[in-house]
Design a protein around this ligand. Structure first.
Ligand SMILES: *Cc1c(COP(=O)(O)O)cnc(C)c1O
Length: 428
């Protein structure tokens, strides 16, 4: 992404105005180069026994999943439809991890049939159920256990561990669990999984988190050796959204994490695999949710710009149901080189006062037809939003690479989205 001489944002080498002329607004536009750069960044800085998993929940568009998979990341799925997407892009079961606190029998059956390599169990009852199901299938199922450890990422915005949680099994119950599982004929525990938090921007938090997980794994294994083949250290790497936030120094974190992995391998005398999960860090920065200003107006001294899409398509920009306190990074995409002389509240089309995606946003003077973009919108945008609220069309999604693009979801298309490969992108 860069800014052209005409002051427009360019995705790849294409003027954003040309893209929306083809697709209409509102539209999600994703830049392939950004996604590929992020994956490469992780791959080149992490220990070579590390395997990266992309969490589909961040952005499950099949074309995006395919491009991430083709770039070398494995897939982390949590539902039947996410499994379907993995199958649609012909992912190898060897490169798929499945987890979730509320797996149904139907889901478990489908996932076992597909044969995922990494099956993560989250409770004692689930352990029993899977043992029973495996027994009926006359199979032995290899599974990892998700643990809720006592230390969790301090700098994480959404703390998942160290508190009562519906996820995983508490650290205190680890030995009981291993003992219970060892008595089961059709289950073999072969992995440890921990996911502690999301939106981590401080490298030392990421490092401390990983150290704690690896120490836990080592202690459990040494006290009670079992067939440990992998430790999933979660991830939760963040990207900056707000003014006071700084980019995560991933390379710096990786140096220390790799050291911890080396030490871990020496202590347990086995170079076992380390799994790393990421959603936001891989796709977040690639996406721009692009809307058009329909009207501008003033109410009691406050200027408003009303756009054709809002929190129905990007809930997080509206502050997740809370009063909007901090603005997401929003830009006037066709006036990137104009001075920010005005302040506007940016409101979507919904009939609720909460449909405000920015308050007192500093912008150039706005007029109907201007393009307002929510930047860093590639993760938890469309699929983490109440798209049915007020029944506006679901926006199209577009993939851009250099001078080529392709619509990867038609406007209004809820299901049945197909996966394209990068060589199907067409020159503009
Ligand atoms: C949501 C989730 C992820 C992805 O989190 P990001 O912050 O987007 O990287 C990874 N693993 C698990 C278990 C998750 O629930």
């Amino acid at each position: 992404m860069n800014i052209g001489e005409n002051g427009h944002l360019f995705m790849g080498s294409i003027d954003i105005a040309d893209i929306v002329q083809r697709t209409g607004t509102p539209v999600y536009i994703y830049d392939v180069a950004t996604i590929e750069r992020k994956i490469k960044q992780i791959q080149t800085s992490m220990h070579d026994k590390t395997e990266l998993f992309y969490s589909l929940k961040a952005n499950p568009n099949p074309s995006i999943v395919k491009l991430i998979y083709d770039a070398g990341a494995n897939l982390e799925i949590c539902s039947l439809l996410e499994l379907e997407i993995a199958m649609q892009i012909k992912a190898s079961p060897k490169r798929v991890l499945y987890l979730g606190p509320g797996k149904t029998k139907e889901e478990i059956r489908a996932v076992l049939e597909f044969g995922v390599e990494y099956f993560i169990i989250e409770s004692f009852q689930e352990l029993e159920l899977i043992n029973e199901m495996a027994n009926r299938l006359k199979r032995k199922v290899k599974a990892g256990i998700r643990f809720n450890l006592n230390s969790s990422a301090k700098g994480s915005k959404l703390i998942m561990g160290g508190k009562p949680r519906q996820f995983g099994i508490d650290e205190e119950q680890a030995e009981t669990l291993i003992n219970t599982a060892e008595k089961m004929k059709n289950i073999m525990i072969n992995g440890i999984h921990v996911y502690n938090g999301t939106r981590i921007l401080q490298s030392d938090v990421l490092v401390d988190n990983t150290k704690y997980i690896l120490e836990f794994a080592q202690k459990l294994y040494n006290k009670h050796p079992f067939n440990l083949q992998y430790v999933d250290i979660g991830g939760g790497m963040g990207i900056p959204y707000f003014k006071n936030e700084k980019e995560l120094d991933f390379e710096q974190a990786a140096v220390s994490i790799n050291q911890s992995i080396e030490e871990f391998h020496q202590k347990i005398c086995k170079p076992i695999k380390i799994l790393l999960e990421s959603g936001r860090f891989i796709v977040g920065e690639s996406g721009v949710y692009t809307t058009k200003v329909l009207y501008t107006k003033e109410s009691k001294g406050v200027k408003f710009a009303i756009t054709d899409g809002g929190t129905n398509h990007h809930m997080a920009a509206g502050g997740m149901g809370n009063a909007l306190k901090k603005n997401f990074p929003l830009k006037t995409l066709n006036k990137m080189n104009k001075p920010l002389t005005e302040q506007y509240n940016i409101a979507g089309p919904l009939c609720t006062p909460n449909d405000v995606i920015a308050k007192r946003l500093e912008t150039p003077a706005l007029e109907p037809g201007d393009l307002i973009g929510i930047m860093n919108a590639g993760a938890y945008g469309l699929t983490a939003s109440p798209v049915l609220f007020l029944s506006h069309f679901i926006p199209a999604e577009v993939l851009v690479k250099e001078n080529k693009l392709k619509i990867i979801r038609e406007k209004g298309q809820l299901t049945g989205v197909s996966a394209c490969s990068l060589n199907e992108l067409l020159e503009v």
